[in-house]
Design a protein around this ligand. Structure first.
Ligand SMILES: [Zn+2]
Length: 375
């Protein structure tokens, strides 16, 4: 089977998140026919597929999701979103970029590699989930708890290329932390300010200093950590009332040089310095991570350069993905896949010519990862 044929059958299944709607049966049958051992991991009515070939260490895992976001208004599409259609050098359909091409290419790459090298070193594994576009709670985190022995490393086939196949791959993601500070003063008449306590006046020097903190100078491929004050709410809307309360909401995008604990401590010390005692709420919206595994990065970079004319850039941009759960389990993880320009949009597509080189990159990566462990 070609990656194109497999992709065609996956696109034809409207696997709206959460759920696989039968995509995993197609993948499981195909992998079983090619001598992979397969297992359906199910919890909360949500299925994931784990397949392995070999039993030895290291276990290198190709991972992805088969669920897709809804197509949105069909009038915006030039084609049926659940049919693979080629036009103008592109293949269209919901999931072509995010991320059924990655799933199809990884599956065919793994099958081709093990059929050409039935006695390969290590273990080739695949983990496909179906709630990445939803809560992400019952797919990857659940499966990583169930899989023993633990995976050695993972490649997530999310779409990471920007303008050309192979121009970027991801080695980490920034973290995100929200803070809410509620300052209480004493409401009064602006003409009798000595009887009131204006929290805006109290807090301004602190806010100025907070907005000017230099957290770090970046960290490896990460840009410097930033803090942005996103909301300031106070006052009753008239000119003659001193407000009784000021609420400040801010968001921090951090790299590993400024972990969440350090950010929290710095803000609390600054409050103390200004003798301020607000109610404080922290919301740890996502922990960042960085994969410093050179073997993984070099192997992928060389495979990309072999099959494209790109020198790939390791990047940490973008929102969150299931890659973070591998990092949380101390499994080195890297992300690479097709061009992401149309993900979640109408007329989602990738260039038709990218599917075969993508498959070749994954296959070369697999071979070099397992056969040149010290490259
Ligand atoms: Zn995705």
């Amino acid at each position: 089977m070609t990656p194109r044929q497999l992709l065609e059958s996956l696109i034809a299944i409207p696997s709206l998140t959460p759920g696989d709607a039968g995509c995993l049966d197609i993948l499981e049958n195909l992998l079983q026919q090619n001598n992979f051992k397969t297992q359906i991991l199910e919890t909360n009515n949500l299925r994931s597929l784990y397949a392995t070939h070999g039993t030895e260490h290291p276990n290198i895992c190709f991972s992805g999701h088969v669920d897709v976001v809804p197509p949105g208004p069909l009038e915006a599409w030039h084609t049926d979103p659940f049919q693979l259609i080629e036009s103008d050098g592109n293949i269209y359909g919901r999931g072509t970029a995010d991320m059924k091409s990655g799933v199809a290419a990884m599956t065919i790459a793994a099958i081709n590699y093990v059929s050409q090298n039935p006695n390969h070193p290590g273990t080739v594994s695949l983990l496909f989930t179906s709630d990445e576009e939803d809560s992400s709670r019952f797919g990857t985190p659940y499966c990583l708890d169930q899989i023993h022995p633990k995976l050695t490393a993972a490649l997530v086939g999310e779409p990471t290329s920007i303008n050309h196949l192979g121009d970027e791959f991801k080695v980490g993601r920034r973290g995100s932390l929200n803070g809410i500070l509620t300052f209480t003063g004493k409401q009064g008449h602006t003409a009798y300010a000595h009887l009131a306590l204006n929290p805006i006046h109290q807090v301004l020097p602190f806010l100025t200093e907070l907005s000017q903190i230099i957290w770090d100078n970046g960290h490896g491929p990460f840009p410097p950590t930033t803090l942005q004050i996103a909301n300031l709410n106070s006052g009753v809307g008239t000119f003659n009332v001193t407000p009784g309360e000021l609420k400040v909401q801010f968001n921090v995008r951090n790299n590993p040089a400024s972990p969440h604990e350090k950010v929290i401590q710095t803000v609390e010390e600054l409050l103390h310095k200004h003798n301020l005692h607000p109610a404080v709420t922290w919301d740890d919206s996502a922990q960042g991570f960085l994969t410093e595994n050179q073997h993984l990065q070099t192997t992928l970079s060389q495979a990309i350069q072999k099959h494209t004319s790109q020198i790939p850039k390791p990047s940490t941009s973008g929102g969150t993905s299931d890659a973070r759960f591998f990092a949380l389990n101390n499994i080195p993880v890297i992300e690479f896949g097709p061009i992401n320009a149309t993900i979640h949009a109408a007329n989602e597509s990738i260039p038709s010519a990218d599917l075969d080189p993508l498959t070749s990159i994954y296959q070369t990566f697999l071979r070099n990862y397992l056969e040149n462990p010290n490259s």
